[in-house]
Ligand binder design. Sequence first.
Ligand code: SAM
Length: 448
Amino acid sequence: MQILGKLSKILKESKNDYEAYCNYNNTQTLKVNERICFKGDAGSENQLVQGDNIEYMKYLLETGMKGKLHLIYIDPPFFSKNDYKVNIKKKSDKVQSIPVMEQFVYKDTWKEGMEDYLKMLCSRLFFMKDLLSETGSIFVHLDRHCVHYIKVLMDEIFGRDRFINEIIWSYKSGGVSKRSFARKHDNILFYSKSKDYFFNCLKEKSYNRGFKPYRFKGVNEYQDENGWYTLVGMKDVWHLDMVGRTSGERVGYATQKPEALLERIISACSKEGDICADFFGGSGTLASVATRLNRKWLVCDTGKIACMITHKRMVQKDVAYDVCTIGSHKEIETFIKLDVKITADRKLHISFNQYGYMNYEETPASSRYHSVLKSLTDEDSLKLIEYWSIDMNYNGDEFIPSWISCRESEEVLTNIFLDYSGQKHAAIRVLDIFGIETFVKIDLGSDG
Ligand SMILES: C[S@@+](CC[C@H](N)C(=O)[O-])C[C@H]1O[C@@H](n2cnc3c(N)ncnc32)[C@H](O)[C@@H]1O
């Protein structure tokens, strides 16, 4: 049977899955691994969560967040039938000829085909509807592969009269084909929860014909380097560049979306202080823009690498947030060799000597990279570290870093001196190139 004939079955089964999941007594606890402070406040309502969004959304619904989200933007896999990777590039003076390591980040291939994909998304849309506030809106970012089927499913879930726009995001980058017009747009479906949705109508420039002034009565006209224009309500076709190779906002995540796109969505459909969520968070573009626009944010992704990239992106901004995991996770055993000393001038001196894996087969890296990972561990293992942080006064419960080092170009700091005033316990959290976490408690003795 063609997909069209299966849509009502997909809808029904997804709704059953959602209801069964809601009723099933399997709510996972959210584990807070790190609380990032800003202006003395540790953690906050902002959350970066690694895990399956279905578990996170269920957790949110059961912890009082039903009807509390003002805006949901999602950019899920598109049914592109590709798997996405990041290129890990490392240079070392000690290990020669390190290959670019291609690392899988997420799949967009579906064993049971499109039906499988549509059910995955559809069951999650029911959760999102429950989480949205009465004045809230949802934006679902798709492309030609499936937007028409998802549109039909969203009409059923949210109501046909709740469909507000299909935004066409048009760009220039990417390849061309000799057998079709060049495919240069994505489709973003915009639905509201109710007819009382919040909408701040954004304006854009509309250039006068011939770029000359019209001088109509009562119409404000402006001039820039291109000529005369008026300000009109923004249209639903958005010409915005993709995040290019040389762009300052590029974080190296294959499907990273431009901040300018999120800026329009967030500014149009939320107010300062509102809660915005992205349940397919990738590299954290929504979190980044929401922070800049003074919104709160919830971001979730299954990928350790996606969450590590988002964490590195956010930790540089002035914002407090919690870094969390939900659901079960494969433990990968690592080892760390540290030297910890308290110096005569009351400094805690920590030097990071070696990092590696107990079993290279367990790492997410393909076996063709195991030998280079081993060489790096033996010769220059700090190249494997992307981020580490220290809580100088670890209370055995909440890890609140007082010092953070984050790899931006080639180096992370590995030899540090921190003020010591008799703390008894410290702890260190490390994230490596795969987003694998290692946590080390350090006993500093009774008074150092
Ligand atoms: C297209 S990317 C999002 C890119 C993002 N908008 C950005 O600007 O970087 C889709 C993301 O969805 C994540 N993902 C797929 N299935 C998921 C699930 N069930 N729960 C949480 N995240 C999921 C993938 O790991 C991937 O990072």
